[in-house]
Design a binder for this molecule. Structure first.
Ligand code: UDX
Length: 446
């Protein structure tokens, strides 16, 4: 009989994982402790913007005409315990307030609620990003509190999905990592992932700590790559170099590679910043903090980018923001997402506002979330409206529609044709040909 799957926590990770499991042919039950989220999902609606996810959900949610009916939602732990052969824990692990360490309270609460409901043989699979050592502790908790005892096992299976590509990353991951304690756990995971494994996805079987570390190591490497190119951008600024050309040139070396070498205002979002901090905190607990002191530098290079963007904008308007009008294009931490968590774009907009600038923001999908975080900024319904009367336009999130902007049309509404590209994604020549003063981070002369 086909495995029955539950997904605990229905945020970005969980909602996508639940829909993907249904797409792979399994019966799926999703649980969240927030009833409003469950109501929305059960109606086939997604509480965030993620390309393709709503369509995938509607293909499978029970009760939607034409759906397979394989995907249902609940708030009942008892129902989850009865239903599942495999339980995926997908709750989030934010940064603790006032500390670098990761807040494990949602993971701990999920395990505490789930364990007493596990009365039959099953596999609990942790997907959340956790400090190394958590899985060993949680496995002991299951053994102690699950009525099924040793028949309720744990595996750790980190998730590498990127926002904006969550559906494709989940259905066709570039690797699957399984931290297991037994052959039975490995066999069950191979069954769950039979489709991607059949398509050739590499399957890396390891122990709990290594599986946990793979995730934090991967995100640390990506953050380091971005901060590396941003450090080069700082040097280019001082030496009249061009970081975009530099990235292109070093990227031809396939040991280095082209990806994740886009200099700009740096990384943000719900993962990279908090994951590198939690990793440093955990290394400290393990007595190996020196091994990760470089991540402190990665973090500070990244945070410095925001300040440098503000400085560049201040210079552009003549040395002070007081009484100036500034247009900000982009509020989300990256394009094709409505996520503004730790968004560099919104941080820059906020700093300029606090220094007396009149800031008007436009973002294709992130307006509601941005407004909730920064209600004192002005928001406009289009790039053109945001730019009206501006002395400087800041391009801070590289949405496709900003690349398509017509410099002439925008030029007709601004007070001064001056644009700063904080993402190195616009074509300087197009803007200059239309009479714009164009400046990008890390390429003072390009
Ligand atoms: C990241 C990891 O990529 C993913 O594997 C993990 O599961 C979760 O964290 P995500 O947060 O969705 O995913 O965003 P990602 O695409 O990695 O971008 C992170 C940030 O880095 C964004 O703010 C982006 O604008 C920035 N970035 C990315 C750069 O500044 N330059 C680059 O070259 C690439």
């Amino acid at each position: 009989m086909a495995l029955k799957i539950t997904v605990i926590g229905t945020g970005y990770l969980g909602a996508t994982h639940a829909a993907a499991m249904a797409e792979l042919g399994f019966e799926v039950l999703g649980l969240d402790v927030v009833p409003e989220k469950i109501e929305m999902l059960a109606a086939g609606r997604v509480p965030m913007y993620e390309p393709g996810l709503e369509e995938l959900l509607q293909r499978h949610v029970a009760g939607i005409p034409g759906s397979t009916g394989r995907l249902r939602f609940t708030t009942s732990w008892e129902e989850v315990g009865e239903f599942g052969d495999v339980h995926f824990v997908c709750v989030n692990t934010p940064q603790k307030h006032g500390e670098y360490a990761c807040d494990m309270s949602y993971v701990d609460a999920a395990f505490a609620s789930l364990a007493p409901q596990l009365r039959r043989p099953c596999l609990v699979v942790g997907k959340s990003t956790v400090p190394v050592g958590s899985a060993t502790r949680l496995a002991a908790l299951l053994a102690e509190r699950a009525p099924a005892g040793a028949d309720a096992e744990l595996a750790w299976n980190p998730e590498f999905l990127r926002e904006g590509f969550a559906v494709q990353d989940t259905l066709r991951p570039d690797r699957i990592v399984a931290g297991v304690g037994s052959d039975r756990a490995e066999k069950l995971l191979r069954e769950v992932y039979a489709t991607p494994l059949g398509e050739g996805t590499p399957f890396v079987v390891t122990d709990y700590p290594t599986a946990e570390l793979v995730k934090t190591a991967a995100n640390s490497f990506l953050a380091t790559k971005i901060s590396f190119i941003n450090a080069m951008a700082e040097v280019c600024e001082a030496a009249d170099g061009d970081v975009v050309k530099l990235a292109e040139a070093i990227g031809h070396d396939d040991r280095i590679g082209r990806k994740f070498l886009r200099a700009g205002i740096g990384f943000g979002g719900g993962c990279l910043p908090k994951d590198i901090r939690a990793f440093m905190a955990r290394a400290g607990e393990l007595g190996v903090d020196q091994a990760l002191t470089f991540l402190r530098e990665v973090d500070s290079i990244n945070m410095r980018r925001r300040g440098q963007m503000v400085e560049l904008a201040r210079e552009a308007v003549g040395g002070s923001f007081l009484g100036t009008t500034v247009a900000v294009l982009g509020a989300t931490f990256k394009p094709d997402s409505d996520d503004v968590r730790d968004s560099p774009a919104l941080n820059v907009a906020g700093q300029i506002h606090l220094q007396g600038g009149q800031v008007t923001v436009y973002d294709p999908k992130g307006m509601d979330n941005a407004r909730a975080v920064f209600p004192t900024l002005a928001y406009a319904p289009s790039a053109l409206e945001a730019a009206r009367g501006a002395q400087v336009v800041l391009h801070l999130t590289e949405w496709g529609e900003f690349r398509e902007l017509d410099p002439e049309a925008l030029g007709a509404v601004v007070a001064e044709r001056r644009i700063l590209d904080g993402r190195n994604a616009l074509d300087p020549s197009r803007w200059r040909e239309a009479g714009w003063d164009f400046r990008a981070l890390g390429r003072p002369t390009a």
